[in-house]
Design a binder for this molecule. Sequence first.
Ligand code: RB5
Length: 151
Amino acid sequence: MKVSIASDHAGFEQKEALAAYLVERGFDVVDRGPATDDRVDYPDFALPVALDVARGLSERGVLVCGTGIGMALAADKVAGVRAANIVSVKFAELCREHNDANVIALSGRFVDLETNERILDAFFSTDFAGGRHAGRVEKIMKLEGAVVEEA
Ligand code: RB5
C-alpha cells in the first residue's frame, strides 16, 4: 500500500522512525518532509499528504505534530480527506471501522513511539465496517463546501 507521511518539527523524530517502521513492513512510503527538525508550520506539511490522498496518489496518509490536532484540522480542509487525530489503539480501530479515516494524525510529544507503532498497526489492519456507518460517512462527505449563510 502507498502511504504519504509528513510532520512538523515537533513530530519530526517520530515521523522518521514511523516512516522506517512502515517501510520495514512493506509499505511504499512517500515522505513529504520536512527533512530536518527545523521549526516549520504544520499546515504546510499536512497539505501535500492530504493532496496525495485526495488525488489517489497514496491510499492513506500519516501526519505527526506535537499533538496531532493541528495536522488533523489542516488535512480535513482538503476535499476527500477524512483525517482523525488518534492517541489510542482502540480509537485507531474505530476511526477505520466507523469513520473510514484515510489520514491519521499522531502526537509526537504526548504518545511514545511504541504506542504510535501499535496505533499504525491498527490503522492499517482495520477495514471500514460499512453498513450503518456508510450513510454517516456519506453525510460527512456531503458537508464539504458547506457554507455558513449570512444572517
Ligand atoms: C508546535 O509547537 C505545535 O503547535 C504543533 O506541533 C501541533 O501540536 C499543533 O497542533
